[in-house]
Design a protein around this ligand. Structure first.
Ligand code: HEM
Length: 541
């Protein structure tokens, strides 16, 4: 970001000296002319230093391996913008020989350090975790929506918040939530079934149980209800209606437009705060949505306070709620969206999974169904193929394609000096598909890699990867996803219920070719225009 305070101060001081005639040999300009000239000279010098001299001639990182084809001014920006978030790094990790670090240049040649090997990841995520903080831009952009809850807090503040939250996410508690996950999955499936049958009846054609539905919206509504009931004790009833206020608010936030991307770029030059003041539609949308979500959370806190017989709760609780609401539903909804895509693309996997689900889990309705029947963690654990498919979907299309850190001090990674302020790229999409870690079929969707081949086969537990750091979907270490067990259990229940009841095909057959699916950038990866699936309600389950 341009050091505009320093530049303005120097220009003010310099123009005062010049215009007051205190430098004898110099002609005396007007204050305004001196100020403008000094400002322009400094900005130019700063631009030349930052964009050309430092990254190309002086940076200690300039000897590291990097992708070819840099623009002289914008580095790899064109490639990064042309492909989905995280996708260029999949190519780089598999084609640029490196020892755990790849440097690339972003807009205005800003340096990025992309971490690629298990040892380097272990240093950034675990051993030197607190040397690497979330950059201001991320803190401001996400903090504007969620407040500085556990996701964005740093140092001791983070340690305290995380320690307080951890017990709630222990597996012994998550185990108790399976019935909630199942009940909501079931409610979601029933609502989807009704919509499909209604749609088919209106069309009045031969396919009585089939309709094309946009699964991403359904997934968001169901996961919002799940986090509401399981995490916050409130049923938002989003499944009952797409016009639910919270669903719409999150829809506006998580559907970033072209304008949002332009503002993000502007924020790198100026300051994200200044950009957030601009009177444009994206800013208005965010403000309206955040006010709405905050009011909903404040209402929840009020209810909790009453229930807790006036034990004091404060603003931190609102921030926690806001964090859980967003972090806890859009991510799993993204996983469900990609799950339907991959199952539609791989009908053999879908059929095999359906057979396992129907063999082990109680039907949702019809003959043999019991309204009170539910599933437990034991039921889910004894379904190896369901677990393999879930893991492979989370590997192949991790909902968070990429996340950022910034070196908080001068430090090192794998012996390489890393100056304070260096931007660090952690890219689950790339690590999860690294051929060095996953083998030659890293780029292939293959649930089989998670299936135990024999009783002594230990490698299947890590999908056959050479290191645990190969699976970066939830990161690792003290800043890993606190909701991982929650998310995995919820995802397994949702996927089992959908595949047990529906047969899924791609509506747009062109999308069988993954390159034809346009993926939007943002915090979570989603198909830019939604995921339209031709869904058939199957009988007897
Ligand atoms: C498939 C679903 C999910 C995925 C892929 C996912 C992924 C992630 C990732 C990658 C991070 C680290 C972000 C960073 O530091 O840059 C994270 C953090 C976090 N996640 Fe999740 N998440 C999922 C579901 C959930 C759920 C269901 C919850 C809550 C119920 C949750 C709560 C959190 C919280 C609170 C953090 C911040 C942890 C910290 O900084 O200490 N997540 N998640």
């Amino acid at each position: 970001m341009i050091p505009y305070r320093l530049i303005t101060a120097v220009a003010l001081g310099g123009s005062y000296l010049l215009s007051s005639g205190r430098i004898p040999q110099w002609p005396v300009p007007s204050f305004l002319a001196a100020f403008t000239a000094l400002l322009a000279i400094q900005v130019l010098a700063w631009v030349v230093w930052v964009v050309i001299l430092y990254p190309k001639l002086f940076s200690p990182l300039r000897g590291l391996p990097e992708p070819s084809g840099n623009s002289w001014f914008m580095g790899q920006f064109k490639t990064v913008m042309a492909l989905p978030t995280g996708a260029p790094m999949i190519q780089w990790i598999n084609s640029i020989p490196n020892q755990g670090l790849i440097r690339y240049l972003g807009p205005f040649n800003q340096e990025r350090l992309f971490i690629t090997s298990p040892k380097a990841l272990a240093e950034v995520l675990v051993t030197k975790n607190y040397d690497f903080i979330k950059p201001e831009q991320l803190r401001f952009t996400i903090g504007r929506i969620l407040g500085v809850g556990v996701l964005l807090a740093e140092g001791d503040e983070h340690k305290v918040q995380r320690k307080n939250l951890l017990p709630a996410f222990a597996f012994r508690h998550i185990k108790e939530l399976y019935p909630v996950f199942w009940a909501k999955s079931r409610e979601g499936v029933q609502a989807m079934t009704e919509e499909i049958i209604k749609d088919a009846a209106q069309r009045n054609d031969s396919e009585k149980n089939t309709a094309v539905i946009e699964v991403g919206n359904w997934a968001s509504r169901i996961t919002l209800d799940i986090i509401g009931v399981a995490g916050l004790g409130r049923d938002f009833e989003a499944i009952k209606g797409p016009s639910n206020r919270l669903t719409q608010a999150y829809g506006r936030i998580f559907q970033p437009s072209r304008q949002a991307r332009i503002l993000q770029l502007l924020g790198m030059l100026l300051s994200p705060r200044i950009v957030s003041w601009l009177p444009v539609k994206h800013n208005e949308d965010i403000d309206v949505s955040v006010r709405m979500i905050r009011a909903e959370c404040a209402e929840l806190i009020k209810e909790k306070k009453q229930k807790l017989a006036r034990k004091e709760l404060n603003d931190v609780d609102i921030l926690s709620l806001m964090t859980f609401l967003a972090a806890g539903h859009e991510t799993t909804a993204s996983a469900m969206t990609w799950a339907t895509y991959l199952l539609a693309k791989h009908p053999d996997v879908q059929t095999r999974l359906r057979a396992e689900v129907r063999e082990h889990l109680p039907p949702l309705s019809g003959a043999g169904a019991d309204d009170a029947s539910t599933v437990s963690s034991v039921d889910i654990d004894r379904m190896p193929y369901l677990n393999a498919v879930c893991n492979e979907i989370l590997r192949y299309f991790g909902p968070v394609p990429l996340t950022l850190r910034k070196a908080a001090c001068d430090t090192s990674i794998q012996g390489q000096f890393v100056p304070k302020g260096t931007q660090i790229m952690l890219v689950p999409w790339a690590t999860n598909r690294s051929e060095a870690m996953w083998g030659d079929d890293a780029l292939v969707f293959n649930p089989e890699r998670w299936m135990q081949k024999s009783d002594t086969d230990k490698r299947a537990a890590s999908g056959g990867a050479t290191s645990n750091y190969a699976f970066m979907t939830f990161l690792h270490g003290p800043r890993s996803c606190i909701g991982m067990s929650f998310a995995k259990a919820e995802f397994a229940c949702l996927l089992a219920s959908w595949v047990g009841r529906f047969e899924m095909e791609l509506h747009n057959k062109e999308e069988m070719d993954e390159a034809k699916v346009i993926i939007k950038g943002g915090v979570t990866a989603r198909p830019a225009k939604g995921m339209y699936i031709k869904t058939t309600v199957l009988e007897e389950w």
